[in-house]
Design a protein around this ligand. Structure first.
Ligand SMILES: C[S@@+](CC[C@H](N)C(=O)[O-])C[C@H]1O[C@@H](n2cnc3c(N)ncnc32)[C@H](O)[C@@H]1O
Length: 243
């Protein structure tokens, strides 16, 4: 079995998927609260920016991958209206169920599918827009997942990848201190789980930087890729056009 990384650890590929599942099973009940606390609410602005750039229109078909508790799916559902469709998906049942219940409480019933981004159960050329927010980092075979995202997009369709990225040099020290000291303590205090938040900090360091991810998207079939750095590169939005 080939080796990959789970945070800073080297593990075999099958173990990675199981351990990622363990992380999200554990954090699902407190996921939204932790997101607000950890990012000081900034994740809402990053997602709002993603939705603005996506420019989803009424009647369009949208796929949200690794959709978790449904922030992007909800925003896109408002844009596509009754004539369009947003499919809310995730590999993790606990995350998806938390999101589905939350959306139902807000009066939104979306098609909800448990699926692995590396093997999407959708036909080719099906969606106008595909999104993945803070999900790609956790996938074992990122090239495979990106190729699947390209496959299910219509020609000319857009992929939006919102993900933690490489911060600007002047921010590095304070960002490292925050990531490795504050995050695990916050995770322990609020969710009773320091390890999952240590994994978060480590997985961010192991994720491809802006230029590498752009090259990976091009190799996966996105003829044009734009990169938007947000908050000094703490997060980057990569927008790929299938062409
Ligand atoms: C940090 S959460 C992001 C949730 C949501 N998109 C958001 O931005 O709040 C990462 C999500 O990626 C999902 N995930 C991890 N590996 C995946 C895979 N191979 N296929 C689909 N989803 C995956 C996890 O289950 C988890 O719900």
């Amino acid at each position: 079995m080939a080796q990959t990384h789970f945070g800073f650890e080297s593990v075999d590929e099958r173990e990675k998927a199981q351990r990622v599942r363990g992380v999200f099973d554990s954090v699902a009940p407190k996921y939204d609260l932790m997101n607000d606390l950890m990012s000081l609410g900034l994740h809402r602005a990053w997602k709002a920016y993603t939705v603005a750039v996506a420019d989803v229109r009424e009647g369009q078909q949208v796929l949200d991958i690794a959709g978790g508790t449904g922030d992007l799916a909800r925003a896109f559902a408002r844009k596509v209206g009754a004539s369009g469709c947003v499919v809310h998906t995730d590999i993790n049942l606990a995350m998806l169920t938390t999101g589905r219940d939350r959306l139902l409480d807000e009066g939104l019933a979306l098609p909800t599918v448990v699926c692995d981004a590396e093997r999407l159960p959708f036909p080719s050329d099906r969606f106008d827009v595909v999104s993945v927010a803070f999900g790609l980092r956790n996938m074992t075979h990122k090239e495979l997942a990106l190729a699947e995202m390209a496959r299910v997009l219509k020609p000319g369709g857009r992929l939006l990848v919102l993900e933690f990225s490489k911060v600007a040099k002047p921010l590095e020290k304070v960002y490292d201190w925050y990531s490795f000291n504050v995050l695990p303590r916050l995770g322990q205090w609020i969710a009773g789980d320091a390890d999952s938040y240590r994994y978060l900090a480590e997985s961010i360091r192991m994720h491809p930087d802006q230029a590498t991810l752009k090259a990976m998207m091009k190799a996966a079939g996105f003829g044009h890729v734009d990169v938007h750095n947000l908050t000094g590169g703490v997060v980057a939005l990569h927008v790929g056009i299938k062409c």
